[in-house]
Design a protein around this ligand. Structure first.
Ligand SMILES: [Zn+2]
Length: 117
C-alpha cells in the first residue's frame, strides 16, 4: 500500500510549507488540504484519504480535511497541436489520428492549496 508512503511525504511537505505561516512552534493547525491527482498517477484516492488520516496523527495536519481533485489524462499532439482528453487508454490524437503526442496532464500529484488556521 504505497499510499501510506505518499501520505507521509505529503505531510512532510505540509510541515515545510506551513512552518513559517505557523511560526514554527505550532500555534495553529492545518484545516484542509487540496490535492490534484492525475488519473494515471497510480493513486487510489480513498486509500490516500485513509492513509492521510493515519499518517497525520500527532502532526499539525491531524484532523485536516483532504480534498482531492482528479485530473484527467490529457495529451497534446505533436503533429496538429490538438489538446485532447485521453479516454479508455486510446493513445491517438482525436483530431488527426496520429500517435505522436506528449502527456501534458494526468500523471501529477500536486498540493494545490493548504488552508492554515
Ligand atoms: Zn493530431
Amino acid at each position: 500500500m504505497h499510499e501510506l508512503a505518499i501520505a507521509e511525504s505529503i505531510i512532510g511537505i505540509l510541515k515545510e510549507q506551513t512552518s513559517s505561516a505557523l511560526g514554527g512552534s505550532g500555534g495553529g493547525k492545518i484545516n484542509s488540504v487540496k490535492l490534484k491527482i492525475g488519473e494515471m498517477a497510480g493513486i487510489v484516492p480513498s486509500a490516500l484519504e485513509f492513509s492521510f488520516q493515519i499518517a497525520s496523527k500527532g502532526t499539525l495536519a491531524e484532523g485536516a480535511a483532504l480534498y482531492i481533485e482528479n485530473v484527467p489524462l490529457t495529451g497534446k499532439c505533436d503533429d496538429c497541436s490538438e489538446v485532447f482528453r485521453i479516454k479508455d487508454y486510446c493513445f491517438e490524437c482525436v483530431s488527426c489520428g496520429g500517435s505522436n503526442f506528449k502527456l501534458i496532464a494526468g500523471r501529477e500529484l500536486l498540493i494545490d492549496e493548504i488552508d492554515v488556521g
